[in-house]
Design a protein around this ligand. Structure first.
Ligand SMILES: [Fe+2]
Length: 304
């Protein structure tokens, strides 16, 4: 079973600017750097939640998912190998790169590089205290897909994700465990990263973090508000140099695995996207930013 999104690795053309944004403003912790990479952690034991790599063009390098055990890593690898649309990049093996652990990489049905890991090193992290607007980890990732039925079928078959809810037939929310969604797919003209969402400790910390960004001159792309699907609070910001979108979030709906859950299909309207109704309307500029550009990392696993 996938326990959580462990990390996201991005290729960025201006690594200094992206680091400045995510370290100094987004409040991730600097863990390590090497020749062309920066590793940033959060208030959680994962070695890092965000990896930045110097790249000529912005691209998604790796989506990192955490499995509960080594045996589950092996089982997921077996499912990838036997799936007609899965392509193994590396066999499961003990890894010596940042965080270590037992991992493998593959290309999903649309060419994204995905890494599945278990048994990674526990980092001595600084816990987020009450009132502190610093992320506690990654909450979820939303991916734009040019083949929603194919992506949904692939991720269900390989990982056993369950459908939590839909917005019409354009967005599907997937869970593995109690959080309403760890991943979601949205229909788009191309494959790209929609956004990465970082968890805040609670609603007060979420608003403080959002307010600190505003005080520093970063206007939210959209929010703050609360989604009607998944019930999580949202405030989206765009990293200016790479144009990747990051979300502060908190308070997502938890689904008790012992209770029956029937996915619902929500209408694609303002009440669904923003129950509070105080965020500015989700206009075309917001949609365009979340749609992003076609991902240049497809079918090309990063060199590291
Ligand atoms: Fe989100």
């Amino acid at each position: 079973m996938i326990t959580h999104v462990r990390s996201v690795a991005l290729g960025v053309p201006e690594i200094g600017a992206a680091r400045e944004f995510f370290e100094n403003h987004w409040k991730l912790d600097l863990v390590a750097t090497d020749a062309d990479r920066v590793f940033l952690g959060a208030g959680c034991e994962d070695d890092h939640v965000l990896r930045l790599r110097a790249s000529a063009e912005p691209r998604v390098d790796v989506l990192g998912l955490a499995a509960a055990t080594d045996a589950e890593v092996d089982e997921i690898a077996r499912r990838v190998v036997t799936h007609p649309r899965g392509r193994l990049v590396s066999e499961p093996a003990t890894c010596t790169d940042a965080g270590g652990g037992y991992r493998f990489r593959f290309l999903d049905c649309e060419g994204r590089t995905v890494e599945v890991s278990s048994g990674t090193a526990v980092r001595a992290f600084r816990a987020v205290e009450a009132g502190e607007g610093r992320p506690t980890g990654i909450s979820h990732v939303v991916l734009n897909t040019a083949d929603l039925p194919g992506a949904l079928a692939f991720y269900r078959a390989v990982f056993g994700f369950e459908v939590s809810d839909w917005v019409e037939d354009i967005m599907v929310f997937l869970r593995s465990g109690t959080a309403h969604h760890l991943l979601a797919f949205t229909r788009a003209p191309h494959v790209s990263l929609n956004h990465v969402a970082f968890e805040l400790r609670g609603i007060d910390e979420f608003m403080r973090a959002t307010g600190e960004m505003v005080r520093k001159g970063f206007s939210p792309l959209w929010g703050p508000g609360r989604h009607g699907v998944g019930a999580n609070a949202f405030a989206y910001f765009q990293e200016p140099s790479s144009r990747f979108v990051a979300e502060y979030t908190t308070g997502m709906l938890r689904i008790n695995p012992d209770h029956e859950w029937t996915p619902r299909v929500y209408p694609g309207n303002a009440q669904t996207s923003d129950t509070w109704g105080v965020a500015a309307a989700r206009d075309e500029a917001v949609s365009a930013s979340l749609r992003g550009c076609p991902d240049l990392g497809l079918w090309q696993p990063p060199p590291v």
